[in-house]
Design a protein around this ligand. Structure first.
Ligand code: NAD
Length: 250
């Protein structure tokens, strides 16, 4: 395994499960120190212990990304633990309410925008403060195919993911000359606990929207995230990268 991230420190939000867990594992395998963060303390601790057992320098920090103070503390704890913050993957997210726009509840709207969009601004604000002090860093934000196209019944999620892509592009332009690269990744439907609310019928319909003919795997998203986070992607910033089995090409 290529240890090209040796000596770097990576922070992953929502790392207790699914895509975030796979990203944290791959950062660790590639040599990085890894700060695992999640609102789920039990599962998050477990992932950090698994990585430590595998020889990775990993820690866990509980954090609710919908709270700016907790995002600030998360960055501080990462720097205290490892001395720097070189890589951040802002991945934590929820599926939120499933309803058409006119039926969508106000509470549901505020919640999805806070957890899936405001959170990315909160995390980036404090990650960037640290990366600016260092004069370098890379950020990957976890968007979705639904950051590029709409779908009926999920207006809050779609809006949050589109907003995150706009924030990614803007901040990338602002900080490119400071040695900081920022990109967004757009997974198609990936087989994680996030999809557990969907019936088998709906999952089959979703599979039919991917020309590759199956749902994606978390590890397939992690490969792209880790490449974008590494020096191999040194001329890549301000972009949205799909990893979607051909969904957006249809
Ligand atoms: P998942 O449910 O397996 O993992 C999400 C993790 O985020 C969980 O561990 C959860 O505890 C954590 N989390 C939720 N709310 C949080 C909060 N307020 N603060 C901190 N942590 C919180 O889901 P996943 O499929 O791995 O999703 C990860 C990201 O990928 C999300 O942003 C999601 O929108 C995005 N995504 C997923 C898919 C998919 O089909 N699974 C597709 C496109 C994009």
């Amino acid at each position: 395994m290529d240890k090209d991230l040796l000596g770097k420190t990576a922070l992953v939000t929502g790392a207790a499960s699914g895509i975030g867990k796979a990203v944290a594992e791959l950062y660790g395998l590639r040599g990085a120190n890894v700060m695992i963060s999640d609102i789920d303390e039990q599962q998050g601790q477990r992932v950090a212990e698994q990585l430590t057992t595998a020889g990775v320098n990993a820690r866990f920090c509980k954090s609710d990304v919908g709270d700016p103070l907790q995002c600030q503390k998360l960055v501080q704890e990462t720097v205290t633990a490892f001395g720097a913050l070189d890589i951040a993957c802002n991945n934590a997210g929820i599926g939120g309410e499933l309803n058409m726009t006119a039926d969508y509840s106000l509470d549901g709207w505020h919640r999805i925008i806070n957890v899936n969009l405001n959170s990315v601004f909160f995390c980036m604000k404090y990650e960037l403060e640290q990366m600016l002090k260092q004069g370098k860093g890379t950020i990957v934000n976890m968007a979705s195919i639904l950051g590029q196209v709409g779908t009926p019944g999920s207006p809050g999620y779609v809006t949050a993911k589109h907003g995150m892509v706009g924030l990614t592009k803007t901040a990338a332009i602002e900080y490119a000359s400071h040695g900081i690269r920022i990109n967004a990744v757009g997974p198609g439907y990936i087989d994680t606990p996030l999809l557990s609310v969907l019936s088998d019928d709906i999952k089959q319909q979703l599979i039919g929207l991917h020309p590759i003919g199956r749902l994606g795997k978390s590890e397939e998203v992690a490969e792209l995230v880790v490449w974008l986070s590494s020096d191999k992607a040194s001329f890549v910033t301000g972009s949205y990268y799909p990893v979607d089995g051909g969904y957006l090409a249809r």
